[in-house]
Ligand binder design. Structure first.
Ligand code: SF4
Length: 473
């Protein structure tokens, strides 16, 4: 059987968890001596994790919890962790360490750790040995089992570790507690099969598996009916969506189906792997009026030799050809990217190839990282002769160039009118609204709070780093 054949968690297993969640409600009220127990879910890392965090909140709500952002108010604290870089892990351990006093002052508190970090044995060992006040630990494959894990914790009065080295199933039918607003995240697939040599994701999130299109379509319709207007389809590599499903469906045909849903909304997606980003997909984006003309297309590096070392399966020329084709087919399209600086063995000359690629593609913005070795990956074992300070210098050079390019990309918008989905990013009290254009540029403009959630026309007057500044037209 191919590894990525679709498997769903059986419906009765999900229903069993729902029953346990209901059954736990009075027990939890009693344990915490309150009719209204509070949970805090702190999510670290990427949008996929944010979407997982919304599902975890959905399960906790079934168990009777309301939510707080303050750890000192919480009866249950759940850290949904990220393993992508070493400093992400350090941050999580720092946050867990900060809970020691709280737990001592409130022994009934439950502390759970889940997500990508907990799929690594060195992390589990550290949690076992150094953080005895952590009540339960589970990996991303076991998230739907949260009610039974909490039940075990209460029944057995001991710490529970449920980290299954599993390729993972797709758990459907779990409710999500989403952030209020106009934007929603919609996972269409989980895991990754690509094994880029620097990346831990395939080891912690398992092999690639896609959700059935009818499940996605139903959830998408629900989001549109609820009023979400900017819906981002999520997956580690959305371009390979559909592999392993019985029905013949790929990402292009999924986009077509979603684009045909009636309503006033935009569709975004991330992340695209350049090796699977086809001309057919670009033609589909060009045809589908609700699909935004922006692609987050992580190049990682501008040197073909380093791309090979990274196991990315495309080269500089192939990537640039894709960008040229998309520009030809989709006028006004913008690109963003991820860049890793200082991959083991990268020379300064090779790093300069990344800079020249930036000048050629002209990204509107970038997510930039200095290489961080992740245990268990191929790149972590490679000799890495360039010192940290030197990589830091390269990194600053990259940022300075991107600042220039980003600003240059925004200048032509001065005097133009752009459509923006108005949002409240925290400055509404000062009479300022923000939002994004279809091509993912940030726009700031004065406006009434009543405009939040509406598509408005904004005339751009000036630009600043990262944003277009304008007025309602
Ligand atoms: S495509 Fe590569 S970088 Fe992205 S999640 Fe998969 S292995 Fe990691």
């Amino acid at each position: 059987m191919p590894i990525n054949v679709h498997r769903e968690v059986p419906v009765d297993a999900i229903e069993e968890q729902n029953r346990i969640a209901e059954f736990l409600r009075p027990r939890l009220r009693e344990r915490f001596h309150t009719p209204n127990p509070l949970a805090m879910v702190h999510t670290f890392g990427c949008q996929q994790n944010v979407a997982d965090g919304e599902k975890l909140k959905g399960i906790l709500a079934q168990m009777g919890f309301s939510f707080t952002g303050f750890p000192e108010q919480a009866d249950l604290i759940l850290f949904n962790t990220c393993a992508i870089r070493e400093n992400a892990e350090t941050k999580v351990f720092g946050n867990i360490g900060n809970l020691k006093q709280l737990k001592a002052a409130k022994p009934s508190m439950l502390i759970g750790i889940c997500g990508c970090m907990t799929e690594q044995s060195h992390v589990v060992e550290k949690l076992k040995k150094s953080y005895p006040y952590v009540s339960f630990v589970f990996g991303s494959h076991s998230a739907y089992l949260l009610p039974s894990l909490v039940q075990c914790c209460l029944d057995e009065g001991k710490r529970i570790f449920r980290v299954a080295p599993d390729d993972g199933c797709v758990a459907e039918g779990i409710p999500a507690v989403r952030e209020e607003g106009v934007k929603a995240w919609l996972p269409i697939m989980y895991g990754c099969d690509n094994f880029c040599s620097y990346c831990v994701v395939p080891y912690v999130r398992g092999r690639e598996r896609s959700r059935r299109p009818e499940r996605i379509l139903a959830e998408f319709r629900e989001l549109v009916e609820t009023g979400y207007k900017d819906i981002t389809l999520l997956g580690q590599n959305v371009n390979s969506y559909g592999k392993g499903l019985e029905e013949p469906v790929d990402f292009s045909s999924l986009l077509e189906q979603l684009n045909a849903v009636p309503g006033d909304f935009r569709i975004r997606f991330m992340t695209s792997h350049p090796k699977d980003c086809t001309h057919r997909l670009i033609d589909t984006i060009a045809r589908c009026e609700k699909v935004c003309s922006h692609i987050h297309l992580p190049v990682q590096c501008g040197s073909s030799r380093i791309l090979k070392e990274m196991n990315r399966h495309y080269d500089r020329e192939g990537y640039l050809e894709l960008v040229r084709y998309a520009r030809e087919k989709i006028p006004g399209i913008t690109f963003t990217s991820d860049i890793i600086v200082g991959f083991p063995g990268e020379t300064y000359e090779e790093f300069q190839e990344t800079l020249s690629l930036l000048r050629e593609v002209k990204y509107v913005s970038l997510y930039t990282f200095i290489f961080s070795p992740r245990p268990g990956t191929k790149a972590a074992k490679l000799p890495d002769p360039v010192r940290g300070e030197e990589k830091g210098r390269w990194f600053r050079e990259l940022l300075a160039l991107q600042d220039e390019i980003g600003l240059e990309q925004m200048q032509p918008y001065i005097g133009q009118t752009v459509q923006v989905l108005a949002e409240d990013w925290g400055k509404v009290g000062d009479g300022l609204l923000q939002g994004r254009t279809e091509s993912n540029l940030i726009v700031e403009f004065p406006g009434e709070p009543s405009l939040v959630g509406q598509f408005v026309q904004v005339k751009v007057r000036s630009v600043k780093k990262w944003a277009l500044l304008g007025q309602l037209d």
